[in-house]
Design a protein around this ligand. Sequence first.
Ligand SMILES: [Fe+2]
Ligand SMILES: [Fe+2]
Length: 248
Amino acid sequence: MARVKLDLTRDRELFAFIFARFIDGEFTGLKEGYALNRAPTLEAADFLARQIRDEIRHARMYRRLYEKLGLKNRAPRSSPLMSAILTPVTGRLWAEHCFLDKAIGERWVLYLMEWLSDSVADRLVVNNLKAIAKDEQTHIAFGEAETRCYATSPWRRYYLWGLFLRVDVALTILFRLTHRFFKKRYGSAAAKLLDDFFIVTRGQVAEDIADLLQVKNRRSWLQLVVCQLVFIVRYPFVGWWRNPRQNF
Ligand SMILES: [Fe+2]
Ligand SMILES: [Fe+2]
C-alpha cells in the first residue's frame, strides 16, 4: 500500500518542527571539535575536521529548507529535556564517541532522513535530504570501523551494548512523552507516520548494532545499569583537558 505523502504547505508546522530538530542535530555535530582532543591518529583528526565542515554545510541546507516554509519566526530550539536526552557524549572516550555519536546517533538521523525522503513529494526537499544522507553514511561508516577496532573482547562488546540499551530506553521515553503532544499539534496522520517510523527504526537499529558488536539482540536492565555505572565512574578520569598532541 502506498504511503500517504506529507505536503510542504499543508504540513508546514510539522516540517518546521522536523527541520528545526535537524538544525539542532547539526549543531551538536559541531561539538565534534571536542572529540579532536581524543583523535588517536592524524587521519582520524582529519576525518573529524572534514565532518565538522559537513555538519556546517548541512545546518545551512536545513536552514534554507526551513526558510522555504515561509514562516516568520526563526527555527525554535528544542526543549531542555529533549536536548539532554539527545545530546551525545562528544569528547569522552574515543571509542564511546565513535559508537554513541556516529554508529548509533547518526544512524537514527540517517533513517529519519530516509523515511522523510519517502514521505514527501517535494523534489527540493528530497534532493537536499539525499545529498546530506550521503555524507551521514560516511560518518556512520567511520564510527562503525572505529567501534570494530575497539570491541575486540567480550567485556568491551558487553559494555557498548549496555550503552546502546541506555540510548534505546532514553529515545523510547522521549517518544512516549512527546507522542500525545505530537498528535494534538500535528494531527493523527502525522502521529501515525511517526509511530510507524519509530517502531520500525527502533527494531532496525537494534539489529544493526547487535550485528556490529556481534552480540545477541537482547534487552537487559541489569546490563544497562551496570554499564551505565561504569560509564559514570569512568567520567572523572577522561576530562576534556587532555592535550591532543599526546596522541600523535
Ligand atoms: Fe549532518
Ligand atoms: Fe553527520
